[in-house]
Design a protein around this ligand. Structure first.
Ligand SMILES: NC(=O)c1ccc[n+]([C@@H]2O[C@H](COP(=O)([O-])OP(=O)(O)OC[C@H]3O[C@@H](n4cnc5c(N)ncnc54)[C@H](O)[C@@H]3O)[C@@H](O)[C@H]2O)c1
Length: 512
C-alpha cells in the first residue's frame, strides 16, 4: 500500500513553496504542482491563462494532480491555490494528509501584490476568491497551520510527520502560532487511550481535580506524579496554587519536567499559572476534558486564579507546549456542564459567523458524539484571534462577547446561582440588545431555551450592585467599560462604550 503524502493546500501567498522547501530540507521528496503545470504546458501559468483560458488550465490540472495523488507514495506535494476547485482532486486527497496553510486576505494580498498572479490583480479579487475557497480548504484540512514564518513551518513539520503516524482517525491537528510562541493542538477521539504521541519529552506532573483524576488520571499518570485539587471554582485561589507548588517541589519536579493540566478550565487556569511561576516557568501541556476547555480555555495561554474581590484578577500569559483535546472525555461530562460549555460554542459561532454559525444555530441537541467539527472550528477560531492579538491589545477582546454582563451577574450572585456558561448566555442576550440586533437576540434566546439554558435572570440580581460589578470589569480603561457588540454574526466590534441607562435597561429586560 502506498504511504500517504503530506499535501500542502492554501491560498496564493500562504507559503506552500516555502513549506515544500522546508520538507525538502527535511529529506522528503517534493513535488510542486504549479511548476509541474508550467512544464506540462511549456509556458508560465499566467500565459496559459491568457492564451488557453482558465478552463483549459483547470481541466488539465485536475488530470495531472489526480494521477499524481493516486500514485503518490509518501513525500510532500504543494497544490496550486485553485487545484482544490476540482472534485476529482478533492476525492484523490482522501488518502493523504492535507495540510492547509491558512492566511487572511490582507496578508495574502500584501505578499502577492507584486507578483504576476493571473486571477488576483487587486485586494478585492483576493477577498472574493478567498471567500469562495475557504469552505473547501476548511473541509479538506486534516492539519491547519496558522500564519507564521519559515521557522514556524520548520518547527511544525516534525509534528505533522508524527501526526501522519498517529493511529486514531479522525483526529485533526492545528499548529497554533502567536507572538510569544507556537504549539500543536490535537483534537479527536480516543486520544488519551490510543495515542503514544506526546508534545514533550521529560517527566509529567499531572494536576487535576479529584473527579477527572479518577476518570482519566490513569491515561496520563503512569508516567506522572499527580497533584489533586477539589473540583470547582473555589479551588482557583492563591492558597491552592501555593499548595500545588509545594507539592511539585516536594516531588522534586525540575525544569526539565512539565506540568500536565488534566481537566476543565479551573484546572487549566490554575495548573497553567503554577507552571508559569514554578521555578520561573516550566512548560504545561493542556489536556482539556470539558466543553468549555476544549473550545476555549485550553488555548491562548491565559492562566490565573481568583481573588476574593474578583475573578481571574491574578494571572499570567503562559502558552501551552501542546493541547490534546480528546472529545471522548465529554461522554462523562454532566449534562449541565455540557450545556454551560455550549454557551462558549454559541458565542464563538456568533463571532465567527459563516459555516460555524450555521452549524451552531441548527444544532438540535448538544450531543458529544456529533460535536467533532464544531469543537475543532471553535478551537481554530480562538487560536486565530490569539494569533492576531495574544496580549489582549485589541482584537482578543472579541472573546468577551456576553462576558461583560455575564461576569457581573456571576459576581453579584456570589458565583452560586448561575454557572459561568449560564451567566454568559444571559450576557449574550444583553449584548445583543445593546447591539441593536433584536432578531438575532430573539434567535439566540430560542437557541438557549432549546438547550435548557436560562433566558431569564431568575432570581433577579440587584440591578445597581450588578452595574457596580460591571464597572469594576478588569477590561475597563480610563474611558469606561468597553463592550464587545455584534450587529450580525461574524461582525464583532470591540471597545464600544454604552450609555449606562441602556445597560440598566438591557439587564432589567432579563428579569422574570
Ligand atoms: N483561560 C481562559 O482563557 C479561560 C476561558 C474560559 C474560561 N476560563 C475559566 O474556566 C473555568 C470554567 O471551566 P469549566 O467550565 O471547564 O469548569 P471546571 O473546570 O470547574 O469543570 C466543571 C466540572 O466538570 C468536572 N469534569 C471535568 N471534566 C469532566 C469529564 N470529562 N467528565 C466528568 N466530569 C468532568 C469537573 O470535576 C468539575 O466539577 C472558569 O474558572 C473560567 O474562568 C478560562
Amino acid at each position: 500500500v502506498a504511504r500517504p503524502a503530506i499535501v500542502f493546500i492554501g491560498f496564493m501567498g500562504a507559503g506552500k513553496s516555502t513549506a515544500l522547501a522546508v520538507a525538502r530540507e527535511a529529506g522528503l521528496e517534493t513535488t510542486e504542482i504549479d511548476a509541474l503545470m508550467e512544464r506540462e504546458f511549456g509556458k508560465p501559468i499566467r500565459q496559459v491563462f491568457e492564451e488557453d483560458g482558465e478552463e483549459a488550465f483547470r481541466a488539465r490540472e485536475a488530470e495531472v494532480v489526480e494521477a499524481l495523488l493516486k500514485g503518490a507514495d509518501g513525500g510532500a506535494i504543494a497544490l496550486g491555490g485553485g487545484s482544490i476547485l476540482s472534485e476529482r482532486v478533492r476525492k484523490a486527497l482522501d488518502r493523504h494528509v492535507v495540510v492547509w496553510l491558512q492566511i487572511g486576505a490582507t496578508e495574502a494580498w500584501r505578499r502577492i501584490a507584486n507578483s504576476n498572479r493571473p486571477l488576483a490583480t487587486s485586494e478585492k479579487d483576493v477577498i472574493r476568491l478567498l471567500e469562495e475557497r475557504l469552505p473547501l480548504y476548511e473541509e479538506l484540512a486534516d492539519v491547519v497551520v496558522l500564519p507564521g514564518d519559515r521557522g514556524s513551518l520548520a518547527r511544525a513539520l516534525p509534528v505533522i510527520q508524527a501526526y501522519v503516524g498517529i493511529p486514531v482517525d479522525p483526529a485533526r491537528l492545528l499548529w497554533a502560532t502567536s507572538a510569544s510562541g507556537e504549539y500543536p493542538v490535537l483534537v479527536g477521539r480516543q486520544l488519551l487511550r490510543e495515542t503514544t504521541w506526546w508534545p514533550l519529552q521529560g517527566r509529567r506532573f499531572c494536576i487535576s481535580d479529584s473527579e477527572v483524576m479518577r476518570l482519566y488520571g490513569d491515561f496520563v499518570s503512569p508516567l506522572a506524579e499527580g497533584v489533586v485539587i477539589e473540583p470547582g471554582e473555589q479551588s482557583k485561589t492563591m492558597e491552592e496554587a501555593q499548595r500545588v507548588l509545594e507539592e511539585l517541589a516536594g516531588a522534586e519536579m525540575t525544569r526539565e519536567d512539565h506540568v500536565v493540566a488534566l481537566g476543565g478550565g479551573v484546572v487549566g487556569d490554575l495548573a497553567g499559572f503554577c507552571a508559569h511561576v514554578y521555578q520561573r516557568g516550566v512548560p504545561v501541556v493542556q489536556v482539556p476534558t470539558t466543553l468549555v476547555a476544549q473550545v476555549d480555555s485550553a488555548y491562548g495561554g491565559k492562566t490565573g486564579v481568583d481573588l476574593a474581590l474578583a475573578k481571574n484578577y491574578v494571572g499570567a500569559y503562559h502558552l501551552p507546549a501542546g493541547v490534546i483535546s480528546d472529545i471522548d472525555c465529554l461522554r462523562t461530562l454532566p449534562r449541565e456542564e455540557l450545556a454551560s460549555g455550549f454557551v462558549e460554542v454559541l458565542k464563538t459561532g456568533l463571532l465567527a459567523g459563516g459555516k460555524l454559525w450555521e452549524q451552531v444555530r441548527s444544532l438540535e441537541r448538544i450531543n458529544p458524539e456529533e460535536l467533532d467539527e464544531i469543537i475543532f472550528s471553535c478551537a481554530r477560531y480562538k487560536c486565530e484571534v490569539v494569533a492576531a492579538d495574544e496580549r489582549d491589545a485589541g482584537l482578543r477582546a472579541v472573546l468577551n462577547l456576553g462576558h461583560t454582563v455575564g461576569h457581573a451577574i456571576e459576581a453579584e450572585s456570589d458565583y452560586a446561582t448561575f454557572r459561568h456558561g449560564e451567566a454568559v448566555g444571559l450576557g449574550l442576550l444583553a449584548a445583543l440588545r445593546l447591539s441593536d440586533a433584536p432578531d438575532l437576540r430573539d434567535e439566540v434566546e430560542d437557541i438557549l431555551r432549546r438547550h435548557g439554558l436560562p433566558v431569564r435572570l431568575d432570581p433577579p440580581t440587584d440591578t445597581e450592585m450588578t452595574l457596580l460589578f460591571l464597572e469594576r470589569d478588569k477590561k475597563r480603561t480610563s474611558k469606561g467599560v468597553g463592550f464587545t457588540l455584534l450587529s450580525k454574526p461574524g461582525c464583532p466590534e470591540v471597545g464600544q462604550l454604552v450609555n449606562p441607562d441602556r445597560v440598566r435597561a438591557a439587564l432589567i429586560e432579563l428579569y422574570p
